[in-house]
Write a protein that binds this ligand. Structure first.
Ligand code: ZN
Length: 600
């Protein structure tokens, strides 16, 4: 605590009172950031059109319960001769409501009282008039937690509430509240507090507390609180305590350490190293932040947040006006936004989300973060496809002759990654170096080269899926864009990309696109078969056979090699066309039919 200022104390007990409580607004005018709601309520009170039931929704800590209590005070304040939008805050009704001890204002937390019995108690008491106050007010917090039967019981009362009863519901999850209940309530959506308003509020509170705290530190708290005043004030409480008093102000570094945050500037350093493709540098920076106390999971979130911010900056320069961002950070953000493509940014975003998801299942958060950094460095430094094709055509001299380039190629295989991680000495983590990756890809000039690889590796499941479900839109070495055929597994692109990367040691960008693609290999094979049948049907011998056996039909065109056969897909065969004809005379062949199926 700052020695120069007395600790905030409860006026009655003299005990320390947390800031969130001490500065809990007692009047609508003290409520920050909720002007629209206050205006609507003011009008309602002024015209004596106060709803029977309110529902307040918004993220935690924006002031739902506080608002509920102010409304209750406004309804019951005895200073005036009726409900008022501006309760005095001093009369017996106001003070008892503020302290939560007013017998006519009942607060219930649905999170702990979800059953129909709890609601029945309320409903039973609804019939009795308020003992002292003007209105009986029921405040039900987290109302979405009520059970269905509890909601149903409540509904009857909501449909015909007695004159002297008001309900105020609060919820963080409005979508879980039944429409039947919602439709009987006046709804207010409490907004997240805007950073400007929050900063000003925190600054004001710190001043009143006589606490010295750096503006940058307040900005960090504002950002961490994500629009929740309660969270922000709790953090401010801690930050002031961390400050250790004296004449020194609480610094941004102290607050950063308290929040487990990496320095935003250092997050940008890390991001820049990643985007340069400097895996070693990025891992070192990550390691250093970890050593300084940054939580790896938070670093990943910071990177995601930064990626989002830079993406938005690309679209709208106004996003740089965020008051929680320093001028230096703003300049660096704008610079990165100018240099990075949206393709790289969106890819990085997806990979970071995936990495954040993986943190709980990874052996350690740090490993998850390191793997994410390694993967990310390879998104970033991959040249755009056009560039890749150009480089391939210019510098294909080094293509190794014979043999499929495999994961053992070069020093970048999974083994090398593990060594790098375990040993801490990072020489060449990640995939094969760029040049090798390009040569590795040179062997795959057609999609069929890819399926041939899968066939050679006996990955039959993936091969089957690739042949059946991939309607190719675009193919370049390292890039497969396709439109999935019906029934395609949702994760096909991801699995194929991963498998090809493992097999070739190069990065494969496999993506589902909306454009219509060419028929899949399976579809083409099927079409070829149909065409073969059609051709066979025109063969003089077949014509003669069909004529001789009325009702017969061509079932399949087997071993090929003769006229117009689709050699590309089928094995070489004797030089004659063999036609299976289904009809009375050939129905005893063993072409997969049930041999016991005699009559039909
Ligand atoms: Zn009052």
């Amino acid at each position: 605590m700052n020695d120069s200022s007395p600790p905030p104390t409860d006026s009655q007990t003299g005990a320390y009172q947390v800031l969130a409580r001490k500065y809990r607004p007692g009047h609508f005018r003290d409520l920050i950031g909720q002007e629209a709601m206050v205006q609507t309520l003011t009008n309602a009170f002024a015209h004596d059109r106060i709803a029977h039931a309110f529902i307040l929704t918004g993220v935690r800590g924006v002031g739902k319960t506080t608002t509920a209590r102010i409304i209750a005070k406004g309804l019951n304040c005895i200073r005036g001769d009726g409900p008022t939008i501006d309760p005095c805050g001093e009369c017996e009704a106001c003070t008892s409501i503020a302290d939560g001890r007013n017998v006519d204002v009942l607060e219930m937390d649905a999170a702990s009282n979800t059953g129909v019995g709890d609601v029945r108690e309320i409903i039973d008491s609804v019939r009795y008039r308020a003992s002292a106050a003007r209105y009986k007010v029921y405040i039900i917090d987290e109302v979405h937690m009520l059970s269905t039967s509890a909601f149903n019981a409540l509904l009857k009362t909501l449909e015909e509430p007695p004159e002297h009863v008001k309900f105020i519901f609060a919820t963080t999850e409005i979508r879980k509240v039944p429409v039947t209940v919602l439709s009987r309530c006046q709804r207010f959506d409490l907004r997240r507090i805007e950073p400007e308003a929050m900063l000003a509020h925190l600054r004001g509170v710190a001043e009143k507390e006589g606490a010295k705290i750096a503006d940058e530190a307040l900005a960090l708290i504002t950002r961490a609180a994500e629009g929740s005043v309660r969270d922000a004030l709790s953090l401010l409480d801690q930050a002031i305590a961390h400050g250790r008093g004296g004449e020194d102000e609480t610094s941004a570094a102290e607050v950063r350490a308290m929040l487990g945050l990496a320095d935003r500037g250092r997050v940008i350093d890390l991001f820049e190293a990643i985007m340069k493709g400097d895996a070693a540098g990025a891992l070192q920076e990550l390691e250093a932040q970890y050593a300084d106390g940054a939580d790896p999971a938070v670093v990943l979130r910071d990177l995601a947040e930064l990626t989002h911010w830079i993406s938005v900056l690309k679209i709208s320069a106004e996003a740089a006006e965020d008051p929680t961002v320093s001028a230096a950070e703003r300049a660096r953000g704008s610079d990165l936004a100018g240099r990075l493509s949206m393709r790289v940014l969106t890819r990085a975003w997806q990979m970071l989300l995936k990495a954040i998801e993986e943190v709980p299942i990874a052996p350690s958060a740090m490993m998850a973060a390191e793997m994410a950094v390694i993967r990310l460095t390879h998104v970033a430094d991959l040249p755009p496809p056009e560039d890749l094709v150009r480089r391939l055509t210019e510098g294909s001299a080094g293509t190794p002759s014979g043999g499929r380039p495999g994961p053992g190629n070069g020093g970048g295989g999974p083994a090398a990654q593990l060594t790098a991680l375990a040993g801490g000495v990072v020489s060449a983590p990640g995939l094969a170096p760029k040049a090798e990756a390009e040569t590795a890809l040179a062997a795959y000039t057609r999609f069929e080269d890819v399926t041939a690889l899968l066939r050679a590796e006996r990955d039959i499941k993936l091969l089957d899926e690739a042949e059946t479900h991939i309607r190719l839109v675009r193919f370049r070495p390292g890039v497969i864009e396709f439109n999935p055929a019906p029934g395609a597994p949702a994760n096909l692109a991801g699995r194929l990309s991963q498998r090809l990367r493992d097999l070739t040691g190069a990065r494969w960008q496999v993506a589902v696109v909306a454009e219509e693609g060419r028929p899949s290999i399976a579809e083409r094979v099927l079409a070829e078969k149909d065409a073969a049948k059609a051709r066979a049907a025109e063969h003089p011998l077949v014509l003669a056979a069909l004529e001789s056996f009325p009702g017969a039909e061509i079932r399949a065109v087997r071993p090929i090699g003769g006229d117009g056969a689709p050699e590309e897909y089928l094995a070489p065969a004797p030089e004659r066309t063999f036609v299976e004809v289904e009809g009375d005379l050939v129905d005893d062949d063993d072409y997969g039919d049930d041999p016991f199926e005699e009559d039909n």
